[in-house]
Design a protein around this ligand. Structure first.
Ligand code: HEM
Length: 388
């Protein structure tokens, strides 16, 4: 069986295939992609937890793409440990508390701008601009440049038919923009993340310029994209679950557990890979050193042995040890911020549009190899007739 988890024809509903993999081919070598696919929860977990054997340094997407500046997501210990120690203090709960008000304000403004009588694309109006606004706020990037960042970041994440050179140009645009910000942050530090990484507190390692550029551009590229997809996936699930939608609109206290379930049920990062640093046994097979192993998070998150009734949405599921943010040393650094955005953003949306309805058959899935979400999600605010 030759399996390509990124084959677009399975995008609409890949889960029956994932189930077949878990049941009949828990480890599978894909000749066309030249990687081993693991699909069961325990196997994905064991790969994620052994960063020494399953390394990230040769890239974590199947084609092994590596950026030109250091980025922790594709580094291994001890360098990864150093990079992470330099920034992780900025992502602690106390530091993020001030973002609650910012998220509320931005989401309120975006919702105000939606015409309640017209058909609107939710990705464009809400799922996309909210996370971009939050990450640019975190970095202290002016409102006027947000759109340009979005355009360049999207050229990198979704190169489509673009040539490598065009992708490189977009990447350089981001590096150069951040580089231009550095002298003023050096001289006059503000509350933003860049200032605080240039002037870290005592005992926290300081990043050099290349590391700083790599980190900031990674946040701009990876953070908003995944969160946008998580939003669109959640809204798509809510549209299919009208009772849950009404219950959360009436009482948002269940939103925390519901968000975890949306992340499990439709994982925005469906899979990533590692490369083995030695010969290793996995699922009864011996994989030679240098093998690429692809972990299907989206399949692990539907594994019945861990999540009873895995193909059903259970918004009260607890515990919910999903792997949507990964696990181990590379566990998503932005998970707290993403969760905050999703909880506040979805609760506010449901308060404003408690009976929204997506327009059937009009949504468009992201034609992406590395992300799961939507590029278009047209909806009617009241659930009534379209005025479009
Ligand atoms: C729902 C939204 C998000 C999802 C599903 C997600 C998913 C992930 C996953 C699966 C990883 C692990 C990568 C690996 O093991 O190779 C990761 C790492 C990372 N994420 Fe997220 N992410 C989200 C939002 C964010 C946000 C908002 C930020 C920052 C503003 C962020 C920053 C990072 C960073 C810096 C890493 C690398 C950590 C390391 O290598 O130590 N993420 N993310």
């Amino acid at each position: 069986m030759d399996f390509d988890p990124y084959e677009l024809s399975i995008h609409e509903d890949p889960y029956p295939l994932f189930r077949d993999l878990r049941e009949n081919h828990p480890i599978l070598y894909s000749e066309s992609k030249d990687f081993w696919v693991v699909s069961r929860y325990e196997d994905v977990r064991s790969v994620l937890q052994d960063g020494e054997t399953f390394a990230s340094g040769q890239g974590t997407v199947p084609d092994g793409f590596l950026p030109s500046k250091p980025m922790m997501i594709v580094e291994d210990a001890p360098y990864h440990t150093h990079l992470r120690a330099a920034v992780s203090w900025r992502f602690r709960p106390r530091r993020l508390r001030s973002f609650e008000a910012v998220i509320e304000k931005v989401s309120g403004e975006l919702l105000d701008a939606i015409d309640p009588t017209a058909e609107t694309d939710l990705v464009q109006a809400y799922c996309d601009p909210l996370p971009v606004a939050i990450v640019t706020e975190l970095l202290g990037i002016g409102f006027e440049d947000r759109e340009a960042f979005k355009v360049h970041a999207s050229r990198i994440i979704h190169p489509g038919g673009r040539e490598g050179e065009e992708v490189m140009q977009a990447q350089n645009w981001i590096y150069e923009y951040i580089e231009r910000m550095l002298p003023s942050r050096e001289a006059q530090p503000g509350d933003d993340l860049i200032s605080s990484l240039i002037h870290p507190p005592a005992g926290v390692p300081k990043l050099n310029q290349d590391e700083l550029l790599g980190f900031c551009s990674m946040l701009l590229i990876a953070g908003p994209e995944t969160t946008t997809n998580a939003f669109s996936n959640a809204l798509w699930v809510l549209d299919r679950e009208p009772e849950l939608r009404s219950a959360l609109a009436r009482d948002a206290s269940g939103i925390e557990l519901a968000v975890e379930e949306f992340l499990r049920f439709e994982s925005p990062a469906p899979g990533l890979s590692r490369v083995t640093t030695r010969d290793v046994e996995l699922c009864g097979r011996t994989l030679p050193k240098g093998s690429r192993v692809h972990m299907l998070f989206a399949s692990a998150n539907r594994d019945e042995s861990v999540f009873p009734g895995a193909d059903r949405v259970d918004a009260r599921r607890y515990p919910n040890p999903h792997l949507a943010f990964g696990l181990g040393v590379h566990f998503c650094l932005g998970s707290r911020l993403a969760r905050l955005e999703l909880r506040i953003g979805l609760a506010q949306f449901l308060k404003r549009f408690p009976s929204f309805a997506l327009i059937p058959e009009r949504w468009e899935r992201l034609p992406s190899e590395v992300a799961r979400g939507f590029v278009k999600l047209p909806f009617r605010p009241t659930g009534g007739a379209s005025t479009a």
